[in-house]
Ligand binder design. Sequence first.
Ligand code: PRP
Ligand code: URA
Length: 206
Amino acid sequence: MLEVLNHPLITHKLTQMRKQETGTKDFRENLDEIAELMAYEVCRDLPVNPVDIVTPVAPTVGYELAREVVIVPILRAGIGLLDGIRRLVPTAKVGFIGLYRDEKTLEPHEYFAKFPKNLDEAVVMVVDPMLATGGSAVAALDMIKKRGAKNIKLVCLVGVPEGVKAVQKAHPDVDIYLAAMDDHLNENGYIVPGLGDAGDRIFGTK
Ligand code: PRP
Ligand code: URA
């Protein structure tokens, strides 16, 4: 399943992020706000359990989330989506995957992994602003599946058809959510038109 969340608020904020003159503070704030808006849509099908409760007026049946949610940002840039999603799902646990993309080969390299227990029973959201070749997302999904994750959503800001195809081929069971589907990758593996290097723009490292 691929869902591109075309929403005027998301598109407006993403447009601010794309502009080359947007500085670190505004880039980060817009990403944080988009993450919250995306989380609302991504959580639409979370399973719920009925619970008997008593309001000040009467007994009734309410519904509570049936599964733990685990958010797994891919370092570094995925961190930019974490707080916005956690505002909507404050009980979510958080795992981390450290990957960097070799600038020449574009191959992902793992440098860190830390997860909460019971990934097999949770809804796991792997989050990263950029889905370019798809190499990092495929590697991250491999890593969490090895630890038992079964119910997985990949949440990215900007993707391209190449990256989506790579993930769908390697992990056809994973639902993919994007804020925008861009046109193509350039010769350096950057998304066009994209927004540049997400990690550098979030953390001000260039
Ligand atoms: C970026 C981005 C993704 C990856 C996408 O991270 O945040 O993780 O590239 O590219 P791919 O789909 O071709 O694998 P990068 O490796 O630049 O690391 P950073 O987040 O530390 O900047
Ligand atoms: N990673 C980024 O940060 N930006 C791109 O355009 C591609 C990969």
